[in-house]
Design a protein around this ligand. Structure first.
Ligand code: CA
Length: 228
């Protein structure tokens, strides 16, 4: 599914991995899985997820080490990590948090509780995906009602333009390359010419200016587009 958040589940026990993947998909999110720490590091670079659920005890490279590597630098450090552990000692919890984990859940956990924690993390990285209203200057995007307003006036957007605007409004100021927008808005598995992105950004700009307002989308030469 294009536009939906992607959750990476890193868990070496097949039954637990399946249960988590099933329940997260049922929430309407994309799921990618890994069964070992080294595999997780590869997956994160190939398919950057919006949240990672990371088991502590993994073969080869431990969950702690994966967390440390992802949190020490670059683009991956902003991806929220929910750490799972079978051990409930407070000291483990503290160590987990020192590695930069954003949340910590002890096994056995309730799936409902874990999903609630997942939504909390998604509220930070993908607010529109969990039904938050997004605002940027005089633009308001209401995911629940699937409507966009500018200066109080309702705008008419096509489905692609709506998904484009959602991506821009979730991270104002971020410069998106055409490839990144293709992945987010059209999906990774669909071949679309990158000039299609330009066409739809053009339509979005036109719709946003309909009420005589400024163009809020910036073209960054050689890089792509950003909101503001
Ligand atoms: Ca394990």
């Amino acid at each position: 599914m294009a536009g939906e958040p992607t959750v990476l589940v890193v868990e070496d026990e097949p039954a637990q991995r399946e249960v988590l993947a099933y329940n997260i998909r049922a929430e309407g999110f994309n799921v990618v899985t890994a069964e070992a720490g080294d595999e997780a590091l590869v997956v994160v670079r190939e398919t950057p997820p919006d949240v990672i659920i990371l088991d502590w005890m993994l073969p080869h490279v431990s969950g702690i080490e994966v967390c440390r590597q992802l949190k020490t630098g670059g683009d991956t450090s902003r991806i929220p990590i929910i750490m799972l552990s079978a051990r409930s000692e407070e000291v483990d919890k503290v160590r987990g948090l020192e590695t930069g984990a954003d949340d910590y859940v002890t096994k056995p956990y309730s799936v409902a509780e874990l999903l609630a924690r997942l939504r909390t993390q998604l509220r930070r990285t993908r607010p529109a995906a969990v039904g938050e209203r997004l605002e940027y200057e005089d633009i308001m995007l209401d995911m629940a009602e699937h409507r966009v307003f500018r200066a109080g006036e309702s705008l008419s957007l096509g489905p692609t333009e709506f998904r484009l605007l959602t991506a821009f409004m979730e991270r104002p100021g971020r410069v998106w390359s055409r490839e990144q927008l293709l992945d987010r808005v059209w999906g990774r598995d669909i071949y679309v010419d990158s000039r299609t992105v330009d066409v739809h950004v053009g339509r979005l700009r036109k719709a946003l200016r309909a009420s005589g307002s400024d163009d809020p989308i910036r073209t960054v030469r050689g890089a792509g587009y950003s909101l503001g």
